[in-house]
Design a protein around this ligand. Structure first.
Ligand SMILES: CC(C)(COP(=O)(O)OP(=O)(O)OC[C@H]1O[C@@H](n2cnc3c(N)ncnc32)[C@H](O)[C@@H]1OP(=O)(O)O)[C@@H](O)C(=O)NCCC(=O)NCCS
Length: 219
């Protein structure tokens, strides 16, 4: 990520200056850097930009990211995640519901699983071999977070109200299918997950998205 701030808009610099916590500033910058690079590649044929400062990633009142290019709303839907100094951004057409999430694969305690997972999700983790439990628990958590972003609610919703479903034995070596149901709205988000180094990446959307492509191959 660039050290200077010439890739930020005046509005972004002003927002950054109001952030007091170093970690929050770092994550916010990482998300903006990731999203701007992804968006400039995604729009390179339809709306090429000569500088990342032409792109502004604003936060809506609910916290969801919204992209602007040259001061005008960009014809896209985006979602951002940052974890352990790694950024992740999903981009789709405007008007869809979209959420993405990146999580480090790690052991989640029994208390965590009981507090945040549905009974079916708890059983899936507990019945897996000990070696596979960290991956499954991380995947379920990430899929939920992606769906909570697609709903534009975040953790305002009880995480047990969204339930993740996927073939239990998929390896995650390549993109694998998943879905997340939100009981209250009867909505189902379809999407994809994969292992990426030490991380799990998930993307969900409504309507059902095609398999994710890196932005340099998406057009
Ligand atoms: C969405 C949420 C679950 C993500 O938490 P997380 O896993 O710790 O963080 P991630 O790195 O995966 O994702 C963070 C990004 O999610 C996005 N996001 C935040 N709230 C969102 C929402 N309601 N809907 C969709 N996306 C949202 C943002 O782009 C955020 O990054 P940014 O603030 O730097 O732009 C959490 O931020 C949350 O519950 N937020 C909603 C409630 C809230 O506090 N809103 C603040 C209003 S300003």
């Amino acid at each position: 990520m660039a050290k200077n701030s010439d890739w930020l808009t005046p509005g972004e610099i002003s927002k950054l200056e109001k952030m007091r916590f170093i970690q929050r500033r770092a994550n916010w910058l990482l998300g903006r850097w990731t999203a701007k690079n992804a968006l400039s590649a995604y729009l390179r044929n339809s709306r090429p930009v000569s500088s990342l400062s032409e792109i502004e990633i604003q936060s809506a009142d609910d916290g969801a990211p919204e992209a602007f290019v040259g001061g005008a709303s960009a014809p896209v839907t985006i979602s951002i995640s940052h974890s352990e100094r790694v950024g992740f951004c999903a981009i789709g057409p405007e008007g869809i519901s979209l959420g993405c999430d990146l999580e480090m694969i790690e052991t989640r305690s029994g208390v965590f699983v009981q507090d945040y997972f549905t009974p079916e999700e708890q059983a899936l983790v507990m019945e897996a071999s000990p070696g596979r439990q960290p991956l499954l628990a991380t995947l379920i958590w990430s899929a939920k977070e992606s769906a909570l972003k697609a709903l534009r609610q975040g953790l305002k919703i009880d995480t047990r109200n969204v339930s993740a479903h996927f073939p239990a034995n998929d390896s995650g070596e390549n993109w694998c299918p998943l879905s997340v149901q939100h009981a209250e709205s009867s909505r189902t988000f379809h999407g994809w997950w994969r292992m990426w180094g030490e991380f799990v990446q998930t993307i969900v959307a409504d309507p059902q998205p095609r398999i994710p492509m890196p932005v340099d191959k998406s057009l």
